[in-house]
Structure formats: structure tokens, C-alpha cells
Design a protein around this ligand. Sequence first.
Ligand code: NAD
Ligand code: MG
Length: 384
Amino acid sequence: MKKRIAIFGSTGSVGTQALEVIASNPDKFEVEILTAHSNDKLLIQQAKKFNPNAVVIVNESKYAAVKDALAQTDVKVFAGESALEEVATFDSYDMMVAAIVGFAGLKSTLKGIDSGKAIALANKETLVVAGDIVMQKAVEKRVPVIPVDSEHSAIFQCLLGETRNKIEKVVLTASGGPFLGKKPNFLVNVKKEHALQHPNWNMGAKISVDSATLMNKGLEMIEARWLFNLQPKQIQVIVHPQSIIHSMVQFEDGSIKAQMSLPDMKLPIQYALAFPQRIPNTFPRYDFTRSPGLHFEQPDIKTFRNLALATEALHKGGNMPCVLNAANEIAVYGFLRNRIGFLDMMEIVERTMDKIHYIENPTLEEYFESDAAARNFAASLIHI
Ligand code: NAD
Ligand code: MG
């Protein structure tokens, strides 16, 4: 039986690579649902190629274009934000690839879990915002949440066969991003064109900026906390510019397991899609004899304060990670539109965390309220 896949965020970097994996393995997977925010042209093209049961275009002004283009097909076309949640409850698929970017992916992912679907999780913000509630629901519904994020996929793979063994700590590797080694006097002038050029990975705009500020690693610490049920002090970050070791787990005997490969998101994506199977592929292999040497160093959290702020949010818990995430989404939005500078992003996150009222054990509703309050405050700082 083929696994029926629903890709939420199919027009993005992860979404398109998930479709490449599916196209290479037509005996194993078929596409059931595709969703996009506004890229109607690519969504139409994908729908024609993969013939899903349904597509969603969130931006309603693009509905007519998608509907018309697919009029000769059997593909059902939906539009609007609420349609995301609606299709997430469909019986007709087995696994959701949660590849929407940001807080916007939370509700549909929760609906998928509620409907008992296995989740291949790329959308880390879902766990940053409401990780306790999301993972609790996954346990209740007995749905597997399989990480797509390369670091978490690495940890997940290192933990196989270790269910009875305690984790001493996990070590998340960070590439350091395009500004590794740079200081504030340089960073004050960088523009989005520089920030979007990541040395090892080709990703969407938001996560590329997050990688440049090290916020991405901060979000990943919080993601790891919930995925693997860790205490904050069990999570360490180390800069590893080659991105060959994707992360590590250290056990109580001091033994460390690592997962390695050349950096290519298709690998963690296909691992999550096919889990527990491994699919043969022809991706280029890492060659130790031609390696320039693997290098490790401490992250510079004085310069890249976002990592320090995320660590603080991780330790404080409650609604702080949600507030951090919301402020960061606004700050990145402002930076991508050239409204604010690179270092201003960290300032906005810090001021928003100071401002928003702390809640120790938020309900889902309170997470939504914290998100909205943090967005409003952060936006008031940059007048967008
Ligand atoms: P992207 O910007 O390339 O794509 C985002 C997708 O989400 C698009 O299909 C877009 O249409 C959709 N989308 C955007 N805003 C939306 C909204 N408000 N409502 C509904 N849909 C919306 O992003 P990406 O780089 O593919 O990243 C997706 C997620 O995966 C992020 O959470 C990111 O942190 C995570 N991730 C990405 C990579 C990577 O290599 N790109 C690696 C690890 C984790
Ligand atoms: Mg990652």
C-alpha cells in the first residue's frame, strides 16, 4: 500500500523537496493534499503533475485562477485559512508533511494530530509556540511526530534502539550561518541579500534569516526540548561550519552517537516519509578521505544575542518561547522588507520578551493571545 501524503506548504523549500522525494519513489508514496499560501502558479503545476485529491490556496484572491486552471481535472480546490484546518481532518491521507513556515502552521498541524495522522514535522515554530500541548496531544492520539529538521532527525536516528537508556545531553550542531565570526560593527550594515546566502543550505527566506542571527538554533533548542522530552540544561549548541554532523546524543556512559551525511534536506525528508524504512538513493556521499577536517567552536552569543534570548526563553518556559517566536517573526518580516537593520531584530525580540506578561502554564487560547500581544508590541517598535 502506498503511503498517502498531505503536504502543507508544498510550494516552499521543504515542500518542493518533499515532492522530489515522492516523485523519485512513486511505488511508495502518493500525493493526497497540497497547500500553498499565494504561489498559485507553482501550486497548479504541482497539482497537474501529482494529481492530488485536494489543494488549498490560502490567499483567496488566487482562488479563481487555481480553480480555472484545474477545471479539467478531478482536483478539489479550496481557499482561505480555515480550509487548511478543514482538509487536515480528511480521512483520505496517512501522513502530514508540516512544511508551512511560522506560527501559521500551528493550527493545521494540531488538526492533523487530532485526526490521528502521522506528522513529518518541518514547522519547528509549532513546537516553539505550544510544544507542551502539541506533544501531549500526540501522545493522547498515539500519533508519531517524526522530525524533518536535520538536527532533530539526527537525534531521532541516534535514539533508535536506546529507549531504555537515559540521555545525558544532546548536542545540536549549528553551521554558524553566513556571518560566522563577524562582529556588530560588520553586522550593523548587512542587508537581506547577504543574510539570504547560506553557505550550506538553500532554504526559505525566514529560516535563512533565522540561521544568520542564530535564532534558528535557539528555536531548535526549544523544538528538541519537546520532541525528546529533555530538560533545558540537557541541550547544548556547538558551531560546526561544515554541517556534516547533523547533531549528537551523549548517553550516561559518556558514549556519543552522531548522525552524518553531506547537507541535503532531502535526506531527513525521505527518512521521515519512509520511517522506519531507509530508501536507497543516489545522493552524493560524504567522503572521509576528501574531508577538509571537521571543525567545532563555541557560538558567539554576545554578538548573536538571539541564541542567548532563545536559551533564556527555553529556561523560563511558559509563554516565553511563544513570545520570542512572535517577536522574531515580526522582526524578520521587518528586516526582509528593509525596514530595520540586522541587529535591530535582536533588540526587538529582547524588548518584546521584557514587555509581555509571563504566563507559567498557558492554555492554547493563552498561547494565541500571547502570540498576538507579542506581534502587536513588536510591530509597534518598527511601525509596520
Ligand atoms: P518556505 O518559505 O520556503 O515555504 C513556506 C511554505 O509555507 C510555502 O509553501 C508557503 O506557501 C506556505 N506558507 C507561508 N505562509 C503561510 C501562511 N500564512 N499560511 C499558510 N501557508 C503559508 O519555508 P521553508 O524553508 O520550506 O520552511 C518551512 C518550515 O520548515 C519552517 O518552519 C522552517 O523552519 C522549517 N525547516 C526548513 C528547512 C529548509 O531547509 N528549508 C530546514 C529545516 C526546517
Ligand atoms: Mg535545522
